[in-house]
Design a protein around this ligand. Structure first.
Ligand SMILES: CCCCCCCCCCCCCCCCCCCCCCCC(=O)SCCNC(=O)CCNC(=O)[C@H](O)C(C)(C)COP(=O)(O)OP(=O)(O)OC[C@H]1O[C@@H](n2cnc3c(N)ncnc32)[C@H](O)[C@@H]1OP(=O)(O)O
Ligand code: NDP
Length: 515
């Protein structure tokens, strides 16, 4: 019997960010392994014209929850969607709901965050720092609370090369940052942002570091732990391999490469691709929840959930395997044949951006205009280039994360828990994982049918022929222009033609002799 699964039985669990990538997998695993849990409260907001109930209905009826419905048929009754907007000072939770949350919650998993790299500092602080502070304040009023688990990121201290499982201080106190956001106007905030984030690449990593400081400072008597996952990727094993539902991290770029938009990328092939499957993060999170509540460590423990020092894979290997998978499982209606290369210097990056990204987009938009349609490729390409520039920082560096606490926890688990809540990435086969990841993107993100693979292959063959035809035509035009302008080119051309003619005559003569 799994001790961790038994621990969550009968518990009232509060999850923020339950509608996000990580939150959904966390809920799924909780229901599947502890179907006797009492209730999961999810703090959520209506979105895209959907009410809370419609959003919950959609999640529970998705493929991800198919197994849950077998083991926990009354799962609908065990989810309590509570209206909350973490951008509001008191989360805009009703009095009655707040009363219930405060009096019943046993465990809190705080997953909600803005993970955008380009968010203005004010927005990132509100969600990643102020909301964390407010949630901790709520937690301190929960008499039955056993553990508070805060999800951070392994990149919160990406300005360092070696990162320990400790909370590093930022130069300006989070409380001061929160206060200043209340009275500074947007233009001043924009001006001071580069100074505040210092040698971090964006407001996301900076505010996640501030969030950790808040957790440390406001922890009081709470049992708290922090989990720092690296780049969260598709599921490895559970509930099935390859599940993914958003474009963050590598997923968006895999689509861009598979559809033939992305042809070159500024990346260091030998840099470690510290991707971690989302189900591994969830297993560690649930194990940490159990350990924190049951063993009550004296201080706030930080757990790195990374793959690099257990089972490293680099971007070069990942890129090659992604491209190899496209051969077997191509995406439908590709713009160009998938082929991408890593470039290492700025000049080559600019060159490939002009030749392989911008020029084809301009030509295609010109074609769309000619055929009376609305041009869209240049806009799409500009977005892709913006995304590439934001991700560049992470694919040209390697980090070392120490994992003492994570290894300690692994050794504390019973063999059964090690199996049910497996977070040992030494067992991960990268080639298999990447293939399933690409397949998952095709099925669950692009919603493409596997029956369309022969047609997709046929389409790629047509694109290859168009490519050859285009290159040949280009070569001939260039050559024709050269001949018209240069005597030397004419001489070379005359030499080649007469040489070919002689070669042909020779073969013809020798074949006549044989007969
Ligand atoms: C040798 C051969 C080599 C061959 C190589 C070829 C294969 C390539 C495979 C290798 C892949 C390598 C990939 C490396 C990726 C590394 C990522 C590292 C990240 C580490 C970060 C730390 C981890 C974390 O803690 S946080 C989680 C990560 N967070 C993110 O990833 C967020 C990033 N996203 C953003 O910040 C924004 O969404 C942004 C700025 C990218 C776009 O903002 P914008 O306002 O312009 O657009 P949106 O409204 O958000 O969306 C508009 C449009 O774009 C689509 N989109 C959104 N995100 C992405 C994305 N990441 N990639 C592509 N497209 C994206 C979105 O769906 C919208 O589309 P619509 O059609 O308009 O709906
Ligand atoms: N994905 C990754 O690669 C990594 C993620 N992490 C961390 O993991 C956690 C989860 O990330 P992930 O699941 O990928 O992120 P998602 O963007 O998929 O999910 C974010 C969640 O936060 C919720 N949220 C955002 N703003 C608000 C708000 N104002 N009020 C209420 N809820 C809000 C979203 O709700 P809604 O659906 O309504 O928008 C959503 O449920 C984050 O803390 C992130 O920093 C760490 C390392 C890597």
């Amino acid at each position: 019997m799994s001790m961790i699964a038994a621990f969550y039985g009968g518990k009232s669990i509060l999850i923020t960010g339950a509608t996000g990538f990580l939150g959904k997998v966390l809920m799924e695993k909780l229901f599947r392994t502890s179907p006797d849990l009492k209730v999961i409260y999810i703090l959520m907001r209506p979105k895209a014209g959907q009410t809370l109930q419609q959003r919950v209905f959609q999640i529970l009826n998705s493929k991800l929850f198919e197994k849950v419905k077998e083991v926990c048929p009354n799962v609908h009754e065990k989810i309590r969607a509570i209206y909350a907007d973490l951008n509001h000072s008191d989360f805009a939770i009703s009095k009655e709901d707040m009363q219930e949350l405060l009096s019943c919650t046993n465990i809190v998993f705080h997953c909600a965050a803005t993970v955008r790299f380009d968010d203005p500092l004010r927005r990132a602080v509100q969600l990643n720092v102020t909301a964390t502070q407010q949630l901790l304040l709520m937690a301190s009023q929960m008499p039955k609370l056993e553990a508070f688990i805060h999800i951070s990121t392994a990149f919160s201290n990406c300005n360092l090369k070696h990162i320990d499982e400790v909370i590093y201080p930022c130069p300006v106190e989070p409380k001061k940052i929160i206060q200043s956001m209340e009275w500074l106007d947007d233009s001043i905030i924009d001006e001071i942002t580069p100074k505040l984030i210092g040698d971090r690449p964006n407001t996301y990593t900076y505010t996640k570091a501030l969030g950790e400081m808040v957790v440390q400072q406001e922890s009081g008597n709470l049992n708290i732990a922090i989990i720092r996952p690296s780049i969260v990727g598709a599921t490895w094993q559970e509930p099935f391999p390859g599940w993914v539902d958003n474009l963050n991290g590598p997923s968006g770029l895999i689509i861009a490469a598979g559809k033939g938009f992305l042809r070159a990328i500024k990346a260091t092939p030998m840099a470690v691709a510290d991707v971690i499957p989302v189900d591994t993060v969830v297993n560690l999170t649930l194990a940490v929840g159990w350990y924190t509540a049951v063993h009550r460590p004296k201080s706030t423990l930080v757990y790195h959930c990374t793959s690099g020092n257990f089972n490293p894979c680099n971007w070069g290997k990942m890129g090659i395997q992604v491209l190899a998978t496209f051969e077997k499982i191509p995406f439908e209606r590709a713009f160009r044949r998938p082929y991408a290369d890593f470039t290492s210097n700025n000049f080559m990056t600019q060159y490939w951006n002009a030749v392989s990204h911008r020029a084809p987009a301009i030509i295609y938009d010109f074609y769309l205009r000619l055929t009376g349609r609305k041009p869209r490729m240049t806009k799409l390409m500009n977005r892709l280039l913006k995304t590439l520039s934001l991700l560049e920082y992470f694919i040209n560096r390697s980090w070392e994360w120490s994992t003492y606490n994570t290894e300690m926890l692994m050794s504390e688990l019973s063999p059964e828990d090690q199996r049910v809540f497996n977070f040992d990435v030494r067992q991960l086969n990268w080639l298999e994982y990447i293939e399933n990841y690409v397949l998952g993107i095709k099925k669950y993100l692009l919603k493409e049918d596997m029956a369309g693979i022969p047609e997709a292959k046929q389409h790629l063959k047509r694109l290859r022929n168009i490519h050859y035809l285009f290159n040949t035509a280009l070569l001939l035009i260039a050559w024709r222009l050269l001949i018209a302008r240069s005597q030397m080119a004419r001489n070379v051309w005359f030499f080649i033609v007469s040489f070919c003619y002689k070669l042909l005559s020779y073969f013809r003569a020798s074949s006549t002799l044989k007969v």
